[in-house]
Design a protein around this ligand. Structure first.
Ligand code: AMP
Length: 121
């Protein structure tokens, strides 16, 4: 079960940040890292993660500094620009907790694009 107050240092994204697991980088900044999703649901599927140890969006908003939050939002739009998906459109998703089906307990936002995305959620 995801415990938003307990950060698991052995989660997959923590290992990616420590370079113990490979990833395909799209963008990197001081506090954020963007890389391709290993199991894409659309032609474009990129994950933005905080470099800080936050379990989910709520944890990030509760504990991260204003600088980290600003950096993260900027990382999203920089990644969107690198991917060149503004004309066609894109979806941002952040799953939080059990009901949303969050699999990796490290804060991340999905950028999904490259085809018509039918379901609204
Ligand atoms: P979520 O359900 O929001 O926690 O999404 C976790 C996402 O992480 C899924 O879309 C997975 O395909 C993706 N994922 C899991 N392991 C890796 C990995 N090693 N490299 C890239 N993406 C991964």
């Amino acid at each position: 079960m995801l415990d938003i107050n307990h950060y698991d240092k052995d989660n997959v994204f923590a290992k990616i940040l420590r370079k113990e697991l490979p990833s395909t980088k799209v963008y990197e900044s001081e506090y954020s890292y963007a890389f391709k999703d290993i199991n894409p649901v659309a032609p474009v599927h990129v994950l933005i993660i905080s470099k800080g140890e936050y379990t989910c969006f709520s944890d990030f908003m509760n504990k991260a500094s204003a600088e980290e939050k600003n950096d993260f939002l900027n990382a999203i739009i920089e990644t969107v620009r690198i991917l060149d998906i503004e004309d066609g459109g894109y979806r941002l998703v952040s799953n939080v907790g059990i009901d949303a089906g969050q699999e990796v307990p490290h804060f991340h936002v999905h950028i999904i694009a490259g085809r018509k995305l039918h379901a609204k959620c």
